[in-house]
Design a protein around this ligand. Sequence first.
Ligand SMILES: Cc1cc2nc3c(=O)[nH]c(=O)nc-3n(C[C@H](O)[C@H](O)[C@H](O)COP(=O)(O)OP(=O)(O)OC[C@H]3O[C@@H](n4cnc5c(N)ncnc54)[C@H](O)[C@@H]3O)c2cc1C
Length: 465
Amino acid sequence: MAGGQRLVVVGADAAGMSAAHQARRVTAARGHDLDVVVLERTTHTSYSACGIPYWVAGDVPDGSALVARTAQEHRAMGVALRTGVEVLALDLSRRTVRARDLASGDVENLPFDQLVLATGARAVAPDWATGGDGTPVPGVDVVKTLDDGRAWVDRLAGSAGRCPEHAVVVGGGYIGLEMAEAFVRRGLSTTLVTRGEVMGTLDRDLGERVRHALGRAGVEVVVGAEVDAVGTRPDGSVRCVSAGGRDFPGDVVALGLGARPASELAARAGLPLGDLGGLLPDDRQQVADGVWAAGDCCESVARIGGERVFVPLGTHANKQGRVAGENLAGGSARFEGVLGTAVTRFEAAGVEVEIGRTGPTSQQIARAGWDAVSLVTESTTASGYMPQASPIAVKVIADRATRRLLGVQLVGGRGTAKRVDTAAVALWTEQRVDDVAAMDLSYAPPFSPVWDPVQIACRRLADRL
Ligand SMILES: Cc1cc2nc3c(=O)[nH]c(=O)nc-3n(C[C@H](O)[C@H](O)[C@H](O)COP(=O)(O)OP(=O)(O)OC[C@H]3O[C@@H](n4cnc5c(N)ncnc54)[C@H](O)[C@@H]3O)c2cc1C
């Protein structure tokens, strides 16, 4: 890339700031100048949304601890970061972005040579969660930004004039699960309502195990039901939710219903979107000449199966941003797809369950037409005679013809979740179940039985094939 150019980045969180800094580093290393301007609508930059449920639970004392790098720190590193500035439109032929300073109302057209779109995703909030005018019903909220986190902390501390006693979580995915943990730990009686099974990114038989763990912690779990209305008090605040013809009391209602790519700017500028509503970058994160996209506003390519998927995770946003930054500065980095590797946990009221998953589920595999075989193995997270040994269930799924490992899911006690990374490496490198069973994995009694649980499962599946 020629020196003296301007890069404009829209969005200053994981993807945008990774792109900005990588572009700056690579151009500097090549002895070029790059004017890096980042425009961010809010006042927040580079924070861990992932930590918000733990802030609400009380594990993290203050939201500022979730900020990895402040706006001032970014500026000190040479990025012209402007917060409180919303990008209104992109003109890809004139190569300008139209931006409004939200404090002054001033609108300007800012020229760019290279553009990175890192506008993220929006949390889903159905019509019933808002009044007729679109204003949220007091007490009903999503969990997405630092401001949402602050609102949740204040709400639980009684900012609405009373401390809530009953919480409802709508949605049984990882954010729903983590908010249920937060509510139980804060002493609220908690109901979780979900359309499918709890943890729908797992096969149903493993999701059931998570549901039972929640039940043991006193969470009322309602599966196969959709919330279709909220009941309110005379002051307009939420009192209950209705689902499947029943009312469930809720002084607060957390929405964990997933996210949609924030891709409207790109669509209005004529950039193509996929069926799932996200931008469609190539493996260099490029969407048009000199235009790049990264993070939750994008669809990704599934490494197994090759279809476009929407997996809005911080792990991908950081890597994709780095790839975009590298390439726009003249490099040749590749983002090589996603397996959907993810971990979470529920730990409250004396119940501890960790969850890990990688690769497609059995249902996705069947839809893709693979002839797959699967097996669930029960084991322990440490040698059975050690005090810390907890049960762990491992589900492995493999292609019948080639014996290639396609998916692994884990549900168990402490020490379960991060075992999924071994499986993810095996999937990434296209190993067979026999290969995993033969690998040199570690063992000592406090950490594992002599055969690692993932290996036991692969060995048993290999025997069966
Ligand atoms: C509660 C919660 C828990 C999570 N836990 C995990 C986890 O454990 N592990 C994991 O991997 N991921 C987790 N995630 C997901 C992870 O936080 C996201 O994938 C990541 O933040 C995406 O980064 P991003 O930069 O693509 O988008 P975002 O973080 O959404 O940032 C986009 C930015 O663009 C700005 N913007 C948008 N439009 C404009 C515009 N027109 N003008 C100016 N600025 C604009 C927005 O204000 C925003 O700051 C979690 C998310 C949440 C909400």
